[in-house]
Write a protein that binds this ligand. Structure first.
Ligand SMILES: *Cc1c(COP(=O)(O)O)cnc(C)c1O
Length: 297
């Protein structure tokens, strides 16, 4: 279990050296947001910070939010609330399990009250909210303008942020992508890799947050959908770790890395490109795998 401090200063821009990049004269750098904290890693801290500030300004003492049993957002919210001396509730999709996932155990350790609702009831968020009067509600995944505003600060942590021609990130709710779209410069091409299958409303949801149409979303790299993964993906993650020392997570960043390699090797990225992949963290989700499934966490 991890309670250590958040350390945004630990973020590094890691160069990747690979034959498939060299052959195409493409450079790849990974912005390691996973270095912020062992559990609250990645984009969640960026997405949450303005919500928490707002809650404190409004003198709300209780944060409530939504997510699944392996949600990076749930555990990050639990931590962020604890840090601000606020109480928190996580409304968890599905019946209470006999044995809590690592994520839920960790959220509890950070002081979060867990409230389980059936998958059916979970769909009606407004009804659930009535059970928590006075709570400061954050949407699932931090979706909303304050979330995008925080994510717009991510690129400031990259070494020489203006030098990249292409920026890639994983997309769940699209809040991070919206934030990046606010931050990229006109010469930078921004691409989001969706982890959801056939999410046809995603583009308009990102557009609604950013107001800019300077991004593309690719839907071909979901490996079957959210939290779906294949033995091939696990083998690929092992390979990426062994070759480049980049740890990836099964839900988001492994699929983004895979997409980048596929796009480069199939000549869909121009010669001379300098790619920045935002490593949005999420490594704690790998604990859902059987022990030893990966050579790293
Ligand atoms: C939540 C999460 C994402 C998706 O972010 P959105 O803003 O919801 O699109 C991507 N990567 C990781 C590791 C995450 O935990």
């Amino acid at each position: 279990m991890h309670t250590g401090k958040l350390q945004p200063d630990n973020i590094v821009t890691q160069p990747v050296k690979a034959a498939w990049l060299q052959e195409k004269s493409v450079e790849l750098y990974v912005l390691r947001l996973d270095k912020i904290h062992a559990v609250v890693s990645g984009n969640k801290w960026f997405k949450l910070k303005h919500y928490l500030q707002d809650a404190v300004e409004k003198q709300c003492k209780h944060i409530a939010t939504f997510g699944g049993a392996w949600s990076n957002h749930i555990v990050a919210t639990a931590y962020a609330a604890m840090q601000q001396n606020l109480s928190s509730t996580g409304i968890i999709r599905g019946e209470e399990p006999a044995i809590y996932s690592n994520t839920l155990q960790q959220a509890k350790l950070f002081g979060m009250q867990l409230h389980f609702v059936s998958r059916e009831a979970y769909r009606n968020k407004e009804l659930i909210k009535r059970d928590f009067p006075g709570g400061y509600f954050i949407n699932e995944g931090g979706y909303g303008p304050p979330g995008a505003k925080g994510a717009a600060e991510i690129l400031e942590h990259a070494a020489n942020p203006g030098c990249y021609t292409h920026i890639f990130c994983a997309v769940g709710t699209g809040t991070m992508l919206a934030g990046l779209s606010l931050a990229v410069q006109p010469h930078q091409q921004l691409t989001g890799i969706s982890v959801l299958k056939n999410n046809t409303t995603l583009y308009s949801e990102v557009l609604a947050l950013s107001g800019k149409n300077n991004f593309t979303i690719l839907h071909d790299y979901s490996f079957g959908g959210y939290a779906r993964h294949t033995p091939q993906l696990l083998a690929y993650m092992t390979d990426v770790w062994n070759r480049y020392h980049v740890p990836t997570d099964i839900v988001y960043t492994s699929k983004t890395f895979y997409a980048i390699e596929h796009l480069v090797t199939t000549n869909q990225v121009p010669k001379g490109a300098k790619i920045l992949m935002v490593h949005s963290g999420g490594l704690q989700g790998n604990l859902s795998l059987p022990a030893g499934a990966l050579p790293f966490l």
